[in-house]
Design a protein around this ligand. Sequence first.
Ligand code: ADP
Length: 272
Amino acid sequence: MSIKIEHLNYVYSAGTAYEKQALHDICLEIPDGEFVGIIGHTGSGKSTLIQHLNGLIKATDGAIYYQGENIYSEGYDMRKLRFQVGLVFQYPEHQLFEVDVLTDVCFGPKNQGLSPEECKERALEALKLVGLKEKYYKASPFELSGGQKRRAAIAGVLAMRPKVLVLDEPTAGLDPKGRDEILEQIASLHKETGMTVILVSHSMEDIARYADRIIVMNKGKVMYNDTPKNVFRHYQELEKVGLAAPQVTYIMHELKEQGLDVDVTATTVEEA
Ligand code: ADP
């Protein structure tokens, strides 16, 4: 079992007038190699949750086990954890800053203390995984399109060869074509590398298409944690919290055939 979360609670600004409990008693297990989608409205706790996975935020209480070891135990190597659980933040391209794409992607492995040759080898491997064409490797990151920049930024995390890749809204701000390309690329790199992928999104459509399992977050709690089809069986409840996505038609039609009362004619989804 790759990641195990036990009774995790997180409170921002505890003890002040701004105190806010962002996570309530989260219990989850994410096996190695799984493609997991985390969905929920803005403010439901998705970002807070994923920042716990590589130790960026420390739980107010509860435990997290990575490969069987409690990451809060004394002497635990957090630095190693950061390299194993790669976090791609929202708009990661804002963090591109080197003179060219290749140098930028080398930044992570360089920080890991690897030799220049090894850094370059890993950077090239990562750039290939995200499907960025070779002609861009020596370009300034600022010359790239939005989608290309995002690929370069994701490559920067992949170059550290993480075992788990966590992406926070990787399609935010991209046009529909860029969005589909990034998602396809993430799906194919999951297939090629077998790494665990945790994809955060507020789009049920994006998540249902790729994830083996969906975790639905609502008000800091896990509302559902199941296969896309089983999550959709709770369509009525999802609709109540504005998370139903009638355009995920392949699931909707199947459920309708099974006698579930779902509206397959609607085409819009309430977004966060
Ligand atoms: P999501 O990623 O689903 O949008 P977040 O994890 O960002 O949700 O936020 C969960 C809750 O925690 C929200 O109520 C949000 O306002 C609050 N929150 C997030 N970051 C902070 C912070 N730095 N200080 C105080 N409250 C925060």
